[in-house]
Design a protein around this ligand. Structure first.
Ligand SMILES: Cc1cc2nc3c(=O)[nH]c(=O)nc-3n(C[C@H](O)[C@H](O)[C@H](O)COP(=O)(O)OP(=O)(O)OC[C@H]3O[C@@H](n4cnc5c(N)ncnc54)[C@H](O)[C@@H]3O)c2cc1C
Length: 244
């Protein structure tokens, strides 16, 4: 049984079903599993069961990103903020790769007389900006907003969020890689993959994939013999280091 990299779960095959070790240390036995985890975590979870697709899953690279949301009084921003924001081409080699004018995009995102701007940092090959501490990151974003949009004012507040290894990268050959992963996982009855690492990273893609994976898992469960008795937790070996 493979240890869980993030320390929150692991599973192993047992008599055609799966024992899931949950974050609280308890285990449940199930007939099917949808791995809606990042590809690297799915690779960790699958390693003991299907090492080849597990290795391919682990090979999908991720970039760490961060967002910095800065709030200003409307009168501090001369720009008309008509539109949803701006994106910065890679060739510019700047730390901020895009800024969403959140209060223009989403009504009610900022109180009357205020605006909220959310800047994105960290892209493949230019991840350093996403690793800065909060104060440094705010400084960098303020400098970018000053240069790109002419905003010199002190923000009312700044809020930083981080997504370590949060953005899967679709390299050349990704389609073939995913095809190979899916063919390998299809050999493991009752295990399905879903999430942004495979066929699109947009929320809509993830929802579509999750629903399709759930349908396939249900189809698998419905196809099981009616009198199949799943193994009980005591029938399957415990995860490394986990006491029964
Ligand atoms: C900063 C940022 C902004 C974005 N903006 C947009 C946008 O405006 N529009 C859009 O469509 N998309 C956007 N995206 C992309 C989109 O949000 C993601 O691609 C999508 O949310 C990924 O969904 P997911 O289910 O694949 O992964 P996640 O939502 O990351 O879910 C994976 C889950 O797996 C869990 N997990 C991890 N390891 C384990 C483990 N070992 N065991 C158990 N659970 C585990 C995690 O806790 C998490 O809950 C954005 C992404 C980022 C990072």
């Amino acid at each position: 049984m493979a240890p869980c990299g993030a320390g929150c779960g692991t599973f192993g095959a047992g008599s055609g079903a799966y024992a899931l070790q949950l974050a609280d240390g308890s285990r449940v036995v199930v007939d099917a599993v949808v791995l809606a985890t990042p590809a690297w975590a799915s690779g960790d979870l699958l390693r003991a069961v299907a090492p080849l697709p597990a290795a391919d899953l682990s090979s999908i690279e991720y970039v760490s990103t961060a967002t910095a949301s800065l709030a200003f009084r409307r009168d501090q921003v001369a720009h008309d903020l008509t539109g949803f924001g701006f994106v910065v081409p890679r060739a510019e080699n700047r730390p901020v790769m895009a800024t969403t004018w959140s209060s223009s995009k989403f009504p009610g995102r900022a109180p009357e007389g205020h605006v909220l701007l959310r800047s994105f940092l960290g892209r493949a090959g230019i991840e350093a900006a996403a690793q800065l501490d909060d104060a440094e990151m705010t400084k960098v974003v303020r400098a970018e907003l000053r240069e790109v949009m002419g905003i010199a004012a002190e923000p009312e507040f700044a809020e930083i969020f981080r997504w370590p290894r949060g953005m899967p990268q679709y390299r050349v050959g990704h389609v073939d890689l995913v095809r190979r992963i899916e063919a390998g996982v299809a050999e493991v009855a009752g295990v399905e993959l879903a999430g942004g690492a495979y066929h699109g990273i947009g929320i809509g893609d993830c929802l579509r994939e999750g629903a399709a994976a759930a349908d396939r898992a249900l189809e698998h469960v419905r196809g099981l013999p009616e009198d199949a008795v799943p193994p009980q937790p005591s029938d399957v070996p415990a995860a490394d280091g986990v006491a029964d």
